[in-house]
Design a protein around this ligand. Sequence first.
Ligand code: MN
Length: 296
Amino acid sequence: MNELPISPQIQVLPGREALVGALSVRRTLPTRGRRTVGSWCFVDHMGPAQLDPEISVDVAPHPHIGLQTVTWLFSGEFLHKDSLGSEQLISPGQLNLMGAGNGVVHAEEDPNYHRGTLHGMQLWLAQPESTRKSPSTFQHLPSVPKFEIGNASGQVIVGRFADQQSPALLDTPTVGVELNLRYGPTILPLEKSFEYALVVAEGAVLVEGKVVAPGALAYLGSTRDEIALEVTEPTRVVLLGGEPLQEKLLMWWNFVARTQEEISAAYQDWVSNDERFGAVNSQFERIPVTPPIWFK
Ligand code: MN
């Protein structure tokens, strides 16, 4: 008798609200019950927020180690500045990808004098041993590949999807896709060796009998070669996937590492203004931080 492949159950995991500067975000990774999806280790869904001249959404200079930041906007603009000297405006459909490696500092500033709507995603990818202690990097893509599939149009933010390859330089086997779903069903092709999750930015999607809306992470598991999505209203989702991580991460504040000693060293270097992190040309003061609980 042939064994039937066991399709993993969808898990809909609630995220939580957080504040980044004055900007309200929905943090859906890490969340209770799930720390990573492939190398994806952090998912913040920002807005949509009406910008207000009284409220700053600027994110002041802060450091990172051991991760790649993926900035992807649905509306609005951000000005990225970092300690490599990059100053890069990002608009919807464009990608900012920063590899922190051994250390980087960056700021995200509102270039539009606090008008309009800001809506997007700030995502982190854990870097593997081969790059996590390397010099920092920054890549801007003015556009990424677009595709049509079923009742959806999409953009390949990073990785490969639907025969389209994003030119983003990744450190791990990873995919990230924006999908704009129209009324009706859409079947997405998946890699069996990847695990996947869906985050809804607007609208709601029906996946294997479960309704997923903004604020939650729908974990799809691995070993699937496709997934069917259905919507009854225009819906924007981000599909995240990658090869499951084989190592355990230690995340603290803006640092992704493996041990407390690594985190403590990065904390010490940041608060002592060590040249490890460099400087960023920003009108804002560095974000202050209290030490990790184990720090002596
Ligand atoms: Mn950051």
